[in-house]
Write a protein that binds this ligand. Sequence first.
Ligand code: 7RM
Length: 629
Amino acid sequence: MQIRSFEEYKNAYELSIKEPENFWAKIAENFVWRKKWDKVLDWNFTEPKINWFINGKLNITENCIDRHLPAKANDIAFYFEENEIGRPVKKITYQELHDEVCKLANVLRSFGVTKGDRVCIYLPMIPEAVYSLLACARIGAVHSVVFGGFSAQSIRDRINDSSCKVVLTSDGAYRGNKQIPMKATVDEALKDCPSVEKVLVFKRTGEKVNMQSNRDLEWDIEINKQRSECEPEIMDSEDPLFILYTSGSTGKPKGVVHSCGGYMVYCCYSFINVFQYEPEQIYWCTADVGWITGHSYITYGPLLAGASSVIFEGIPSYPDAGRFWNIVDKLKVNIFYTAPTAIRSLEAAGLDFVKPYNLSSLKVLGSVGEPINEEAWQWYHKNIGKEKCPIVDTWWQTETGGILISPLANITKTKPSFATLPLPGVQPVLVDDKGKLIEGNGVEGNLCIKFPWPSIIRTTYGDHERCRQTYFATYHNLYFTGDGCKRDEEGYYRITGRVDDVINVSGHRIGTAEVESAINEHADVVESAVVGYPHDIKGQGIYAYCIVPKTTKSQDELRKEILNCVNKIIGPIARPDKIQIVSGLPKTRSGKIMRRILRKVAEGETKNLGDVSTLLDPLVVEEIVKGRL
Ligand code: 7RM
């Protein structure tokens, strides 16, 4: 399964294109299947229908845990570093992981959760979050994790969209010097969630919470009633494993659905190859399980590979900007995987926060979530990797399930800000806006993938048509990523960012339409338009233009209220950085907002705004330029 040289990479790549079924069958043979598949792949991108390892039977947790026990029962699966500095690290062996996951799976079964039922997970970054995903997978329940930065209303929408039966949460969360309520937020969400029967509450902060009788139960009490053995549910390759909601250019977030077999195979294969993980190494991905990175490269990938990894509860800036490096030193981390936004903020804090720590254990550095600018790349390379660690700039998406374009550590020659080359089995193409293939090198276009890989999105929960529309209808017979991309003279790929109305704030995907509709909930706002603009630390910031024709409030008051609206409807992660009150928006005669102009103004451009001749009222632009923030 592991590629060891560039030569081997090229051979594997070639084989994966010529004989994809043989290629993936060979890799899939490394896993425990209760029944082998009859056929490797059946697909079309028109419906779309994508089936991998057809009629294969498995349980992913058996592959993540049980199969490692004979050799690794006492090896560390996770090191847990708490939010508070100076605490001893908590070690969780594979045997302990097995026992905890089984007990929790049995609790879920005792609640009447069975194969196919949906379970919502809203937890801080603690080992119980990882146990929760695995406990669901153990019994064939479909997990739907909601990131802790989302509001009660967002939780409610997600729970209702997939009618979750159970919610797994905690009393509160520690995040830096803040204590954040979790259960209270869930209570608020559940005021209108008829499908929810039980809520299991983990005690983390010890804060007082309301417990509704017959619905809410204490984690420890329930766990202690259960045995630490739990027969895994036998799943079909194409049974859903999880739903994860993600934002797009229109409407409410979509529930991206991944299935068991293909996801397992690709997750493990990509983890081992991109990071070149070697037994005994310590791996740390700083993501949150609320995002796809936390699913694929904190939970499933590393466990499938039998790795030892770090779970960190806190944030990079607490108690100071040296925290990441303190942990790397303390735990002798070998592979470190984080987001460009974190790198930029730690760079801004200065080298005094890096110098005290011994980072010589580091062998490989990773980046994910957004384009990494050259300056951040160089800083990371020089000051963290001491110019001896390759940086794997990993491009992928919630919908792709795993890393698609990335260097393989120490194998692929890296190039700052390039995700470099596709993994075996991945066939990227660039197309122009009409869908015409752009061939050759030294070109730029919309990034599509023309052949399925095992962990490709299967559907969007409850609405297959939306999946087709969003990803497979833009360009015939291609999966469309929504990203723009360059292919340089060497054939290396460089992702330039979204070409749709999605903004990437600190690596978090936010739909401008969603923010607009949250802002429009404010009684005095009649219309708004939201765009992204370059932000030194976050990558992109959120710039909102709001029309507020009649109001008795001051601009400051309005801004505060608009922020509260977004906070309440989506959550703090979607709060605009800038809010400009305007009297009109630049529209074409057919009523379309010209976002191109708004983006330019938000970027700070005041003169070359392009063609404004189709505008209904060109004076609007003058006003906007004058009032820009
Ligand atoms: C893993 C994740 C996906 C979007 C994607 C891109 C952007 C992610 C990179 C990147 C440039 C990268 N999933 N993106 N990784 N852009 N270089 N290495 O982030 O679904 O939350 O976001 O993120 O725009 O489409 S995600």
